[in-house]
Design a protein around this ligand. Structure first.
Ligand SMILES: NC(=O)c1ccc[n+]([C@@H]2O[C@H](COP(=O)([O-])OP(=O)(O)OC[C@H]3O[C@@H](n4cnc5c(N)ncnc54)[C@H](OP(=O)(O)O)[C@@H]3O)[C@@H](O)[C@H]2O)c1
Length: 338
């Protein structure tokens, strides 16, 4: 009996030790995962609070966008939606503007509206970013002599409505790649030397919350926005030593003509702001945090979505785009806005 008893006590002790090791490992891994999650999700909020307190503790630092980055801002895709409201908000804060977009008449109307309302200088450049490489030299020529302090890479395009890849026209896919990836990359490349020479500046890249997971029926759009996320985050590190701020803005749904395929989205609401509310809130974060969803309820939705595994998020996104596609096809031709 004695050796058997000793053996079982020894076995029990060994099991207790192994259990102790396992629970310690779970505790350490769990704590690290929670710390990483909290860091990822609350860093932006902490940065904003810190920036709001800065004037009280370091009043000698530049506080306004004008003082921080310079007198001129360039906004792409500035004749509609988020870009137009970004431009108006920057003008409200005293910045002169260069608006770049496709349609000349709309550019003239928006620059006239801004000049009348805010007494700032404006200039417009009409180019079609879908043409690819050829437009950038023209833009650089037009920008000669303008000290650009802030570049807002806003121009972007989605499919006409969510659909499977083989149903989307090839021209539309090229446009999406040229606008969402090409324009952001090349304009940044063209304006960086000037900002580096000035020793200050800000680049704002409008990505999208759709970068959070692959999105079936919006596959190319979501993938281009993932590019924006990685491009922007890498640049932020590259340019920190040059005093150039690089900000990633990832909106969720905003009421703009990009979403005109869906009556549900165009109705707006607490979770889907209009472009003016969104842009006011997003511009408020400029110079305060480098990564943001731009609007409080978008931050909340993004935070909640992030808690689910990527595969679950993708399944949910797929269901959402399937419904939006059905909604569009059911109401085809009846829900277009001008
Ligand atoms: N709306 C949303 O729900 C949402 C959500 C997440 C992210 N975003 C991102 O936010 C950004 C702005 O979106 P939005 O909804 O405000 O778009 P929007 O209302 O469709 O406005 C697009 C702007 O880009 C210009 N543009 C379009 N194609 C162009 C081209 N080929 N060359 C030059 N300019 C062109 C348009 O000019 P014209 O007036 O001449 O067409 C317009 O000024 C995009 O990057 C988008 O991906 C939007």
């Amino acid at each position: 009996m004695q050796p058997a008893l000793e053996l079982s006590i020894y076995t029990l002790l060994r099991m207790a030790f192994i259990w102790q090791l396992i629970s310690t490992a779970i505790y350490v891994v769990g704590s690290l995962a929670i710390a990483a999650f909290l860091y990822d999700n609350f860093k932006s909020l902490v940065c904003i609070i810190k920036a709001l307190l800065e004037p009280y503790f370091q009043p000698q630092l530049p506080q306004t966008l004008l003082d921080k980055y310079g007198k001129w801002a360039v906004v792409t895709g500035a004749t509609d939606g988020i870009g137009k409201e970004y431009a108006k908000e920057l003008a409200r804060q005293g910045l002169n503007l260069v608006l770049i977009s496709r349609t000349q008449e709309k550019l003239i109307a928006v620059t006239n509206e801004i000049e009348a309302q805010y007494k700032v200088k404006t200039k417009w450049i009409a180019v079609d970013f879908a043409k690819g490489r050829e437009v950038y030299d023209e833009i650089v020529k037009e920008l000669a002599g303008i000290p650009v302090g802030i570049l807002v890479n806003n121009v972007g395009k989605m499919y006409d409505y969510p659909d499977s890849l083989d149903n989307v026209q090839e021209d539309v896919l090229w446009d999406i790649i040229n606008l969402n990836i090409g324009a952001v990359t090349m304009l940044t490349r063209k304006l960086l030397p000037q900002m580096k020479a000035a020793g200050k500046g800000a680049i704002v890249n409008i990505g999208s919350g759709s970068e959070l997971q692959p999105i079936p029926n919006m596959a190319v759009y979501a993938a281009t926005k993932k590019y924006i996320t990685y491009f922007t985050l890498a640049l932020e590190q590259e340019l920190a030593e040059h005093n150039i701020a690089v900000q990633l803005v990832m909106p969720l749904f905003v009421v703009t003509k990009m979403n005109q395929y869906s009556n549900t989205v165009m109705q707006g609401g607490l979770l889907i702001p209009n472009a003016q509310s969104f842009a006011r809130s997003a511009v408020f974060t400029l110079g305060k945090t480098s990564v943001t969803n731009g609007f409080w309820s978008h931050g909340l939705q993004y935070f909640i979505m992030k808690m689910a595994p990527q595969h679950v998020r993708m399944l949910i996104s797929h269901e959402m785009t399937r419904r939006l596609r059905h909604e569009y096809l059911n109401t085809q031709g009846k829900n277009k806005v001008s």
